[in-house]
Design a protein around this ligand. Structure first.
Ligand SMILES: Cc1cn([C@H]2C[C@H](O)[C@@H](COP(=O)(O)OP(=O)(O)OP(=O)(O)O)O2)c(=O)[nH]c1=O
Length: 209
């Protein structure tokens, strides 16, 4: 009879992740990986030069967030950690939309998105604390929003949901009622493309089911 095979050491010895984010959505999604996670929000500014492409914006901001948190860690304590940073924007006809500045801004964004197809870009950066090894990538998902009247938009804004979300909607909450269809990764829209993150973590020798 053959002996049962032993567990590969890469499964038994996994480093912990440090999520550089204040987003409750990202905190829930990263838990899907089943690895130990510490949350440490980054406090970086999110200004970017006007000539950056959407891909550059989300990749560079995810890098900025991860680097800021990595710089605050104690290498002796967190040597085996991998810091994960992420950034999400909505792009309509080349215009990048972040989080709305106020309700009027949310009204403008939703009025522009209604009845049209836009793209959601999310950038993800992983940095290993011990040697600074870095991986940055992004994903794009197409989202088509149904036509909305001004009254419908105003009622949605009155729920308070849009204010902390790129493009002023949350597909995972009441905003789901505004979305007609999507093409691509759903989790990318919510703010953390978990399968993309799994691919990047494999570059660090971390195996995810
Ligand atoms: C389009 C869309 C965005 N969002 C969210 C994801 C992000 O949290 C937010 C975009 O803002 P970000 O600047 O990417 O992230 P954040 O400020 O919320 O968190 P942190 O920088 O600390 O990581 O919009 C949704 O929750 N649902 C959606 O459908």
């Amino acid at each position: 009879m053959s002996k049962p095979s032993s567990m590969p050491s890469s499964i038994t010895k996994q480093p912990h992740l440090v999520l550089a984010s204040s987003s409750p959505r990202r905190q829930e999604l990263i838990a899907l990986l089943g690895l130990p996670v510490v949350v440490k929000p980054s406090l970086v500014g999110e200004e970017t030069p006007a000539d950056w492409s959407p891909a550059m914006i989300v990749e560079q901001l995810s890098l900025r967030k991860a680097e800021a948190v990595k710089d605050e860690l104690d290498v002796a304590v967190d040597a085996d950690a991998i810091v994960v940073g992420s950034d999400t924007i909505v792009v309509l006809n080349g215009e990048a939309m972040g989080k709305p500045s106020d309700e009027q801004d949310a009204f403008r964004m939703l009025g522009a998105l209604a009845g049209r197809t836009h793209e959601v870009y999310t950038g993800v950066t992983c940095i290993r604390v011990s040697d600074g090894k870095t991986s940055t990538a992004h994903r794009v998902t197409k989202v088509t929003m149904r036509k909305l009247s001004d009254d419908q938009i105003a009622r949605y804004i009155a729920t308070g949901e849009p204010m902390d979300k790129a493009g002023a909607y949350g597909i995972q909450e009441i905003g789901s009622l505004l979305v007609e269809s999507i093409e691509g990764c759903y989790f990318n829209v919510v703010g953390l493309p978990v399968s993309q993150l799994a691919v990047q973590l494999e570059l660090f020798g971390i195996t995810i089911p």
